[in-house]
Design a protein around this ligand. Structure first.
Ligand SMILES: CC(C)(COP(=O)(O)OP(=O)(O)OC[C@H]1O[C@@H](n2cnc3c(N)ncnc32)[C@H](O)[C@@H]1OP(=O)(O)O)[C@@H](O)C(=O)NCCC(=O)NCCS
Length: 148
């Protein structure tokens, strides 16, 4: 089935249920509270979703971290449509919208072992700008992209 639509969804509070449904389908270690507890705190959230005839199949959620910095926090693509450019399409739309909104940079963090996400980020103009081991002992890479 082809992806029929990419759209920016707001306000975010009105779409918590479809977002949680997709989040659970994407992440094996999904923790509803991790997502729902953070949602009300996000400054200027920007949620892009992809959908096909069966429902939401991809999302990319970012928020403001400064006057000109957008932080791309969480996202993913349903396993049944991976490898078909959905993540790339969401990323392109996020970056275009961010530039139009006056952001100059996008930053994101990815687990060092997540090759698919790292490669997708590098292919779309991100550069590695940091590395750390998080509170759970997991190595994490920080990446940054200049939009203009
Ligand atoms: C990472 C993820 C979002 C990629 O989604 P996708 O729609 O399959 O990715 P795309 O088809 O748009 O691919 C984008 C680029 O990433 C690379 N890529 C995607 N999946 C890959 C894989 N499994 N291995 C290596 N590279 C991969 C490709 O090189 C591709 O670039 P190209 O088309 O120019 O060759 C998806 O695998 C996913 O949802 N993973 C689980 C959730 C996750 O890890 N989220 C990120 C942390 S918040």
């Amino acid at each position: 089935m082809s992806i029929t639509c990419y759209r920016w969804v707001e306000p975010i509070e009105t779409v918590v249920e479809p977002l949680l449904t997709l989040y659970r389908a994407i992440f094996e270690d999904a923790d509803d509270a991790y997502l729902t507890s953070r949602l009300p705190e996000l400054v200027d959230p920007m949620l892009w979703i992809a959908e096909d005839g069966e429902g939401w199949v991809g999302f990319k959620l970012a928020y403001r971290r400064g006057a000109s910095l957008l932080y791309s926090w969480l996202g993913g693509v349903h396993p049944r449509v991976r490898g078909r450019g959905v993540a790339a399409a969401l990323m392109l739309r996020q970056h275009e919208a961010a530039l139009a909104d006056g952001y100059t940079h996008v930053e994101t963090r990815t687990r060092a072992a997540n090759n698919a996400m790292l490669i997708a980020n590098l292919r779309h103009g991100f550069h590695v700008c940091g590395h750390e081991v998080d509170a759970r002992g997991i190595p994490v890479v920080t990446l940054r992209k200049a939009l203009a």
